[in-house]
Design a protein around this ligand. Structure first.
Ligand code: HEC
Length: 182
């Protein structure tokens, strides 16, 4: 009885059955917007750290970041060479506090060079942002931990900006590049 009235309530909402209120595209898109354990880049602790210390990234929420590149992508990252398929770049971040990095972890940002035709209009890069422990305020805004990636339309803003850069790479600012440090 109780179940029935709940269903009636839902169906009555807006005068349309709930199914019409939640248009879904390809289910793979949805899956890649759902929180899950870190997939691409999960082994980043074994990568090469290409930044000397956390630096302020205005384009990534005014957070402090450090950059890690795997073996496959290292040479290209340090030069102007094209990135081989399988290159992975991971950016860790920390929330700022008084102009310095705090010990509160921000999102993890990931890029991986995919095979040709994965996303030709975006230089065939895969993008991901994963934030397991957003502080209370962001948690409210985001509705929970996030892991937007791959075909999810939620990484469209990453592509939009990164498409402007040479080989889609923003790079580490001069003075913070580990490979140029003495
Ligand atoms: C408004 C522009 C902008 C947006 C939006 C943006 N980025 Fe970036 N990204 C940059 C710039 C500039 C750099 C290099 C300097 C820095 O880190 O601040 C960078 C650096 C990176 C790096 C390190 C590799 C590199 O490019 O040198 C990764 C990984 C990355 N971004 C991933 C992402 C992901 C994932 C998103 C979306 C969730 C995103 N970015 C959104 C501009 C942007």
């Amino acid at each position: 009885m109780r179940k029935l009235s709940l269903a009636a309530l839902l169906l009555a909402c807006g005068g349309k059955p709930p199914i019409a209120m939640t248009p879904h595209k390809a289910s793979s898109t949805d899956a890649e917007s759902m929180f899950a354990p870190l997939d691409v880049g999960a082994d980043f602790a074994s990568y090469h750290k290409v930044s000397t210390e956390p630096f302020l990234s205005k384009t990534h929420g005014g957070r402090f970041v450090e950059v890690y590149v795997n073996d496959v992508g290292l040479k290209a990252y340090m030069s102007a060479a094209p990135f081989p398929v399988g290159s992975v770049v991971v950016k860790m971040s920390w929330e700022p506090k008084d102009g310095k990095p705090s010990d509160v972890a921000g999102p993890l940002f990931v890029m991986r060079k995919e095979v040709a035709d994965y996303a030709p209009e975006h230089d065939d890069w895969y993008y991901a942002i994963r934030w397991e422990t957003p502080p209370p305020e962001q948690l409210r805004l985001l509705g929970g931990p996030i892991y937007w990636r791959g075909r999810s339309q939620k990484v469209g803003y990453c592509q939009k900006c990164h498409d402007n850069y040479d080989r889609s790479m923003g790079g580490v600012p001069t003075g913070k590049r580990a490979w140029e440090a003495k």
